[in-house]
Design a protein around this ligand. Structure first.
Ligand code: HEC
Length: 210
């Protein structure tokens, strides 16, 4: 379904791009956001229960789409301020859980997909975008390498707290980040976010071993 959705959305964009425009044969017509939006919505006629909110864009997503992830400075500032206000820190004040469980969160890319049962444990899929432990063979490079993340930050508690906030809501730090907002969307649990923060900040974690 997801592949179909992407193909449909791409087809809509391609159709727009290929439309000949009068007087400017070489210039593709600009893609109308309304057309793309309508097309995307049209591919999700009967979303699974609870998925409607995942299709509707919130204010931040609308702005990021409008400015193609490069909003002007004042709008970026507003986004960061709004997203920062959504961050909820653990009630017990501890942002570090168990790094071994955090490693699983980082390595798991399943859960929350339309093919998964609704009660499947969700993973953070961090490795899809980040190198984390130097020993790991396979990782994506959309995000920066996080090798020795805690070590470089001298395992400072305030750095760990900021990292927890980053994982909770990436846009509380950078407007229109390509990183998912794990806590904001309640995609990961508080415990999972603590565990993955520990994966980055525990001196015993493979992340901090060369
Ligand atoms: C879809 C890709 C993607 C996924 C999945 C992802 N990230 Fe990221 N992440 C990024 C990108 C892109 C950046 C750089 C831009 C930014 O800072 O938001 C980033 C930045 C970060 C940073 C800040 C890095 C710095 O320079 O200080 C941390 C920490 C981080 N990610 C941790 C995680 C963790 C932990 C997970 C899994 C729970 C995760 N990321 C999952 C894309 C991703």
């Amino acid at each position: 379904m997801q592949t179909k959705f992407i193909i449909s959305a791409l087809a809509a964009v391609a159709a727009q791009l290929l439309l000949p425009t009068e007087g400017s044969a070489q210039q593709p017509a600009p893609v109308s956001p309304q057309v793309v939006e309508a097309y995307v919505k049209g591919t999700w006629k009967s979303p699974p229960e609870g998925w409607q909110s995942r299709i509707d864009q919130d204010e931040t997503q609308k702005l990021c789409s409008q400015y193609r992830n490069s909003p002007p400075a004042n709008i970026a500032q507003n986004i960061v301020a709004r997203e920062k206000a959504t961050v909820v820190f653990p009630a017990d004040g501890k942002v570090l859980g168990n790094w071994k469980d955090g490693e699983k969160v980082a390595q798991t890319g399943t859960g929350g997909q339309f093919t998964d049962p609704p009660d499947a444990v969700k993973g953070g899929n961090c490795y899809a975008c980040h190198q984390m432990a130097a020993k790991e063979l396979s990782f994506g490079t959309l995000g920066p390498s996080l090798v020795e993340y805690g070590k470089i930050r001298k395992y400072k508690p305030e750095e760990a707290k900021e990292t927890y906030a980053k994982i909770f809501n990436a846009q509380s730090v950078q407007a229109c980040s390509n990183m998912p907002r794990f806590g904001y969307h309640k995609f990961l649990t508080e415990q999972q976010m603590k565990d993955v923060t520990a994966y980055l900040f525990d001196p015993e974690s493979p992340v901090n071993k060369p």
